[in-house]
Design a protein around this ligand. Sequence first.
Ligand code: IMP
Length: 199
Amino acid sequence: MKVVLATSNAGKIREIEEALQDLGWTLSPLGPLPLPEETGATYEENAALKACAAAVMLNAPALADDSGIEIEALGGEPGVYSARYGNRESDMERNVYVLEKLRGEKNRRAKFVSVVILAYPDGHLETYRGELHGTLLEGPRGANGFGYDPLFVPDGDTRTLAEMTVEEKRAVSHRGRALAALREAHRQGLPERETTPIV
Ligand code: IMP
């Protein structure tokens, strides 16, 4: 099956390609096509917006991930707004912003959430969700991954996500879990379909 990746985030693309390699799909980039603004209030809504737009524009199945980090001491912020938290421009600036907000805070608990949606041009959607719980450090560690990876130590590990290889991160991560569910559903061919038409 030929599937369009409805994202321009290089970190997500790397992880999705690695996780789905044994499905034998051809994963193609979105190219210069613009994705809609992420106006949804939930990961599900935003992932559907992106996947449906790409599926309709390119008349092919399209896969989107919408994800974020929810920090307990900040009441679940930034959640769906993780990519633009504090209006900071870069991953590094956003990490500094989070560290400033958490300065002196004892509760460092946080979780990552990923919702992966595969949309078909005929309007059918498949939705997969994964979560990863852990704690935030007081300074960054590691150079791999993207986003908040250098601050985040998953439960049961001592390394940050940025100190893991793509394979190691996939084995534990929110996105890895969502994609494992997708892989499992497709191992035997197409899964049973939900009937949520694109409007
Ligand atoms: P969006 O899904 O395009 O709205 O962006 C999600 C944002 O959440 C990313 O830009 C990162 O800041 C953050 N994020 C999501 N998944 C991860 C991850 O696996 N590691 C680190 N940060 C992540």
